[in-house]
Design a protein around this ligand. Structure first.
Ligand code: HEM
Length: 393
């Protein structure tokens, strides 16, 4: 055993490891130095301008997270066209998107504490800057799958062309345009949420049959024609009950029900889609719609639990986005009335028009066709969709 030499010099103290801390990790000094507005100086801001900047920045941070979740969901859903185990993870990411958007809808209460006159005290210096230039919102629309023909224009202005025209003249422009370009390239390759959901719906087993099975076309045809026959019979009962009630003209009711049935048949045969689609695109949409109708009609079956959750969550995401647009428009109406926006649009009138587009039109439209459970034709292959008892080793 050796003993320490009491006369030896003390060993040099090892440098203390640099421990992580809250403010450096979150880059608080940078974050808190970003609210200087056009002047780059918080002291020069109008009294309520800090609130205006903070609220916008908070929204943009949430949009950043939403985009991250959305990209991940699209990636997983499109990853391996055969691996349905990914669906719960997709639902997980999309639920988070819906939850953030729900919070974003609520956040407008904070913006509404800005009175019209307080906003007017600094509004004019912002012209022509506007939320219209929020490239993250545009990326979100593109990644969801909003068609370019669905995007509202104002006057001659198209939001994407507008961002492109600003890209060269502002320091953040290149970043804005590269985000839009990347999203557009992905969309052109089919990597949008609407396209990946449609592809996935197209793979839904209908009466146990999947695309590629020898008689899949016949199985799908039989499912759809049985469904339509049942729908016709149910509508006839509804028509008879309404005519008995005598509240509307009988021929008017008859015309309305006939139009509704015709619309349902056209939807299920995909004949309502634009002429430009190729036969295989039309067939793909028809298979996807049949899959959607199958899941919605038999949503209580164990095997369809995750599929129905995915559909519900996608609808929820779009519902929250529409509510966001609506809530933003009401907040704007409260703060600036019906005046022209800083971006030059008709303001509230323009914003209200943006609330009518639906990216996931099929998911909304199928609801018009649904019937009570006892009217849905019975399944021929119920056991395929039930939990299987484990087999003995
Ligand atoms: C006092 C507060 C606000 C006012 C008066 C206002 C007003 C407007 C107006 C009038 C437009 C239409 C384009 C234009 O002509 O400028 C617009 C668009 C927009 N605003 Fe706001 N806004 C406010 C707050 C916000 C906040 C907090 C956000 C959060 C990010 C936001 C995001 C957007 C977006 C994304 C658009 C584009 C909508 C579209 O084209 O679909 N706005 N805003």
């Amino acid at each position: 055993m050796t003993t320490a030499d009491p006369t030896a010099a003390p060993a040099a103290e090892a440098p203390k490891p640099r421990l992580p801390n809250y403010w450096d990790y979150l880059q608080m000094s940078t974050l808190l130095s970003l609210q200087g507005g056009l002047e780059g100086d918080e002291a020069a801001l109008a009294p309520d301008e800090l609130l205006f900047i903070v609220v916008h920045q908070a929204y943009e941070l949430w949009f950043k997270q939403v985009l991250r979740e959305l990209r991940e969901a699209i990636h997983l859903l499109g990853l391996d066209r055969l691996d349905e185990d990914k669906v719960p993870y997709v639902v997980h990411h999309l639920r988070r998107v819906a939850q953030i958007l729900r919070l974003a809808v609520e956040q407008f209460h904070v913006m509404e504490t800005l009175t019209p006159q307080d906003f007017l005290s600094f509004r004019d210096k912002l012209v022509p800057a506007s939320g219209f230039q929020s490239f993250q919102m545009r990326e979100l629309e593109i990644r969801l799958g909003l068609g370019e023909d669905q995007r509202e224009r104002y006057g001659e202005t198209d939001a994407l062309a507008h961002i492109k025209s600003l890209a060269d003249s502002s320091p953040g422009g290149a970043r804005a345009w590269s985000a839009i370009s990347a999203a557009r390239a992905d969309a052109a390759a089919g990597d949008t949420l609407v396209q990946t959901v449609e592809d996935w719906l197209g793979r839904t087993p209908i009466e146990g049959s999947t695309p590629g099975s020898v008689d899949d076309d016949q199985v799908v045809d039989a499912f759809l024609s049985d469904y339509l026959a049942s729908l016709r019979a149910w509508q006839a009962d509804q028509l008879r009950d309404l005519q008995r009630a005598g509240l509307s003209k009988p021929e008017e009711l008859e015309r309305r029900f006939a139009a509704s049935f015709e619309a349902a048949a056209r939807f299920l045969s995909a004949e309502d889609l634009p002429e430009g689609l190729s036969p295989s695109q039309r067939a793909g949409r028809r298979r996807a719609r049949a899959g959607l109708l199958f899941i919605e009609s038999h949503r209580d079956l164990p095997l369809l639990a995750w599929p129905r959750m995915l559909i519900d969550t996608v609808v929820e995401v779009e519902e929250q986005l529409v509510l966001w647009r609506n809530r933003h428009a009401r907040m704007v109406e409260r703060v600036i009335g019906r005046r022209v926006g800083t971006g030059g649009s008709s303001g509230v009138e323009y914003l209200d028009r943006t609330t009518s587009a639906r990216v996931f039109g099929d998911l909304w439209n199928v609801r018009t066709l649904l019937m009570p459970r006892d009217r849905v034709p019975a399944l021929r292959s119920r056991s395929y969709y039930e939990f299987q008892a484990p087999t003995a080793p």
